[in-house]
Design a binder for this molecule. Structure first.
Ligand code: SF4
Length: 454
């Protein structure tokens, strides 16, 4: 039985796409392996959000292809966003590479690799190949989103990611995703509902996270019905699935974020009390340079409205510091917005220029020293607020979905609150996959500790 090794870089969307590819190889009679020496097919799913992610994938594949003792017939392939932006040029970087497939070709990866492997096994190769097959598939496939179906049964896990759409038609000046993931494409709601029902009925899944580059624009070509758009109607349909206990989604955007989604927090109790809502900057001048077509006031109003709809809502975010042209005044506006929203956590990124983006060519690029100062300064503010918000939970009772052994201490178990906070509990007090009441007894900056209640 041939084996396949799939290594994934990048976002949850990439993890989900790799799962889809893996399930097609399993259905084709392959086994999954993490052993590079054993693998007959080696695939790397790539990310193009930052230069570093690309260099890491290129470095790894270069080493794999150069192994002197590798099986001569091994099929080497790149998938994903880096392929979409670099395509054929990857064969110049790594001559032994066989296959590169773009973000709209995941459903074709198995067929391409299996055909190539079969032909090689038939050749009785003994010597390592110098040149790969150089097969490049980056085209758009009509209806590819309807191919997103198979889902690996979660490995005993009680949570799962489900892609609902792909692509993004925003034009943020620093982002490469629209050119790598293409235009927005939403999956049919019926397919998503069927997939989630199967995960719950047959996979023991209790919590599902809906994935998309810009989820609240799911099905935006569909009409609004009784004041609810396609995304909220999808949330309602999934909410009705017996056995599904929790629903999450990532990532939304202020554009297209309407009242119906805010209201959903008032009548969909399975919708978790956490939203990851990228703010990027608190300065309207910088938002304009980022080509994010809204004012920060709109973002703040949405956060207030959601907190009114769901008072215990935890909000986390992404922020870029050191964007070209960012003055100290702009930075102070970002810091003030962080104080204003009181985020439960924030991922702070130093702006790094991306090839082929508008921002990379902008004047007034900020020097590394200033980027690091602002990054450090903002993280201090974020950590202080996050710790205070976690401290406020000590003494309260939280509902925790028990996920398994604690990553840091195998003598303990770990779970997540509805606010998406990791909670450490005593071992053997609760079954994995169960939602249990936990009294929070202490906390560090980002982790809570507690005792399982009765
Ligand atoms: S919304 Fe902006 S940052 Fe997000 S994926 Fe689309 S273009 Fe990129």
């Amino acid at each position: 039985m041939p084996s396949v090794l799939i290594k994934t870089y990048g976002c949850q969307m990439n993890e989900r796409d790799s799962e889809q590819v893996a399930s097609m190889f399993l259905a084709g009679g392959y086994t999954l392996t993490t052993d590079e020496a054993e693998a007959d097919v080696i695939l790397i799913n790539t990310c193009a959000v930052r230069e570093k992610a690309e260099l890491k994938a290129l470095g790894k594949m270069g080493l794999l292809c150069a192994r002197p003792d590798a099986k001569p017939w091994v099929v080497y392939g790149f998938m994903g966003c880096m392929v979409q932006s670099r395509a054929q040029s990857l064969f110049r970087d790594i001559n032994r590479l066989d296959v590169v497939t773009g973000t709209r070709q995941y459903h074709n990866v198995y067929a391409i690799c299996n055909r190539l492997l079969k032909s090689r096994l038939g050749m009785g190769l003994t010597e390592p190949l110098k040149r790969g097959a150089h097969i490049c598939e980056v085209g758009e496939v009509e209806g590819f989103q309807n191919e997103i179906r198979d889902h690996l049964p979660p490995s005993g896990g009680c949570t799962a990611f489900v892609s609902i759409m792909q692509g993004c038609e925003m034009r943020c000046s620093y982002c490469i995703v629209p050119s790598t993931r293409g235009a927005e494409c939403s999956r049919p709601a019926a397919d998503i509902i069927k997939e989630v029902r199967e995960l719950v009925d047959h996979g023991g899944v209790k919590e599902v996270t809906l994935l998309g580059q810009i989820v609240n624009r799911y099905g935006r070509e569909e009409p609004v019905v009784n004041g609810r758009g396609a995304f909220v109607r999808l949330l309602e349909s999934l909410h009705d699935i017996d056995g599904l206990e929790r629903l999450r989604f990532t990532s939304p955007h202020p554009i297209g974020f309407r009242e119906d989604l805010v209201n959903a927090y008032t009548y969909l109790p399975k919708l978790c009390s956490h939203i990851h809502f990228p703010m990027q900057s608190g300065s309207d001048r910088i938002l304009q340079l980022m080509r994010r077509p809204y004012k920060n006031e709109k973002y703040l109003r949405l956060c207030d409205a959601m907190r009114e709809a769901r008072p215990d809502l935890a909000i986390t975010t992404d922020i870029i510091v050191g964007f070209p042209g960012e003055t100290d005044e702009d930075y102070q506006q970002t810091k003030a917005a962080v104080e204003r929203v009181q985020f439960d956590n924030a991922f702070v990124f130093q702006y790094s220029p991306r090839r082929d983006t508008v921002a990379a060519a902008m004047p007034d690029q900020i020097c590394l020293r200033v980027k690091e100062e602002r990054n450090h300064d903002l993280l201090e503010t974020v950590n202080r607020i996050a710790t205070a918000r976690n401290m406020a939970l000590v003494g309260t009772e939280q509902s925790i979905l028990v996920e398994g052994p604690s990553k840091s201490n195998p003598d303990r178990q770990q779970g997540r609150s509805s606010q998406n906070k990791p909670v450490i509990i005593q071992k053997g007090k609760a079954e994995v996959g169960k939602i249990v009441p936990v009294r929070i007894t202490e906390c560090t900056g980002f982790t809570l500790y507690g005792e399982v209640g009765n």
